[in-house]
Design a protein around this ligand. Structure first.
Ligand SMILES: [Cu+2]
Length: 480
């Protein structure tokens, strides 16, 4: 068993209203006071932001001094206490990290949720640096912004580089459970979904067939660091300076094209893992993915919008990088023309700088991504997940390949917990692609990922579109 001296003890903390006692109960045994003093506290809280001129009740993850999320460094232990200060159970998943499975934060799979007033402790080593994030895996809390950046600094950073974090979110004033109920109720009858129900009967999508279905939730706003383009965050940068832009797509359902405008950026990592650098002005980013992009700013004072355009749509959000006293022009929240759907063109070109060692797969699981739009049921191999679905068997030490075949007309960003994987094949073409934790599988296409079974336990594998996940596009893998 991996080190687990202080994993989730949420179940012990069920006596609500007794936070000091709960804290005492959850303190790991045998740990010194020094060690406890160095523990980073994350508080799950209610907060209010303003969206489209109206107050919006959302969640937030803050340290006691107000710091959002966590910035730490490789070599530091991940030594964290999560305190639940909201009025409902919650549990955080450390997206992209490889903790012991009991600390992975998936309710019902890794650990019970933390009750209101309770807390849970996390202790594990950080194996690698990069741009990661944390989000609730409890119910639909992620839609209400129970999420935050999780940045692990390492030696790829340059001393003269200014770090800029761009967190993207989709936002609705409709409560998430009503959004979900609406999707279930309306999916067969909405005018713009005419014909969907018959087409979506399992497995009808084919490569090159009709246009994909995109954006099945109609959002009120798209946020960049909690703000819209009506009042975007303006970040001061140095003329001629260097920026490391860490983009996190924390949206529940929305994929984007990141648009650097007149700048070009050097993509150096995806999902935290280094890739052979690539210069471009536009990059696709699917739900839950991250992009690390280096920018070299021109010497003239100017304002540089960094925008994210919703795929298949005209709506956009973003931030502004401003040098000196540059005037900031108002940026429209729609573009002139609709953007295309995300493709796998960039994914095919990405190459990991530290690929998995070449090896034949010891085990292959084929996972058809399936769905029934009429009933809004999403599934894997036509099984919508429930507690009776057995975990996919694998064994410790194996090289495992997961073959994902998207038989639906929607794109699915598929996420494996607890392991980094490598993209090794798209539509029959083998290559040593990016190492990452979330890969988009577009309609009709086949994507193969490989990983080493080096972190035993019970692990989630699922579509990261929140309502697809909740509707059943989820399964587990298990080994000891
Ligand atoms: Cu999906």
């Amino acid at each position: 068993m991996p080190s687990r001296r202080a994993f989730i003890l949420g179940s012990l903390a069920t006596s609500a209203g007794l936070s000091p006692a709960v804290r005492a109960q959850t303190s790991p045994r045998g740990m010194s006071d020094d060690s406890e003093a160095s523990r980073t506290i994350l508080q799950l809280r209610h907060r209010t932001i303003e969206v489209n001129g109206k107050p919006a009740s959302v969640f937030g993850i803050r340290q006691p001094d107000g710091t959002v999320g966590i910035r730490t460094a490789v070599g530091q232990p991940f030594h964290v206490r999560v305190e639940n200060r909201i009025d409902q159970p919650s549990l955080l998943h450390w997206h992209g990290l490889t903790p012991p499975w009991q600390q992975d934060g998936v309710p019902g799979t890794s650990a019970p949720p933390i009750p209101p007033g309770g807390s849970a402790d996390y202790d594990f080593p950080l194996r690698f640096g990069g741009t990661f994030w944390m989000h609730s895996h409890q119910g639909l809390q992620e839609q209400s912004l129970m999420l935050a950046p999780l940045i692990i600094h390492d030696d790829r950073e340059r001393p003269d580089e200014q770090e800029v974090i761009l967190m993207l979110n989709d936002f609705s004033f409709t409560p998430p459970d009503e959004i979900f109920a609406g999707l279930k109720k309306k999916s067969g009858s909405m005018p713009n979904m005419a014909g969907r129900s018959s087409q979506m009967a399992t497995g009808m999508a084919q490569q090159g067939a009709a246009a994909p279905d995109l954006n099945d939730v109609k959002y009120d706003a798209f946020l960049a660091n909690d703000r819209t383009l009506a009042d975007p965050e303006v970040i001061k940068v140095e003329p001629g300076g260097h920026v490391l832009l860490r983009v996190i797509n924390g949206s529940s359902m929305s994929n984007y094209h990141l648009d650097l405008g007149q700048l070009k950026g050097e993509l150096i990592a995806v999902d935290g893992f280094r890739t052979v650098p690539m210069m471009a002005g536009r990059f696709p980013i699917a739900v839950a993915q991250r992009l690390d992009i280096r920018l070299a700013l021109p010497r003239e004072p100017a304002a540089y919008p960094v925008l994210a355009v919703l795929e298949g749509d005209r709506r956009q959000t973003g931030i502004v990088l401003a040098t000196g006293a540059a005037a900031i022009a108002r940026i429209a929240d729609t573009t002139d023309t609709s953007s295309p759907a995300l493709t796998l063109d960039l994914e095919r070109q990405l190459r990991a700088t530290e690929p998995l060692s070449p090896r034949k797969a010891d085990r292959v699981h084929t996972l058809n991504l399936t769905g029934d739009m009429a009933r809004y049921i999403w599934s894997i191999n036509n099984v919508a997940w429930n507690k009776d679905v057995p975990p996919l068997p694998i064994a410790k030490g194996e090289r495992v390949e997961l073959v994902m075949i998207n038989q639906t007309k929607m794109p699915h960003p598929m996420h494996l917990h607890g392991h980094e994987f490598q993209v090794v094949e798209i539509d029959g073409q083998r290559f040593a692609g990016a190492v990452r934790d979330t890969v988009l599988v577009t309609p009709g296409q086949r994507v193969v990922i490989a990983f080493d079974a080096n972190n035993p336990g019970l692990w989630a594998f699922h579509c990261h579109l929140l309502y697809h996940l909740d509707a059943g596009m989820f399964t587990t893998l298990q080994y000891v």
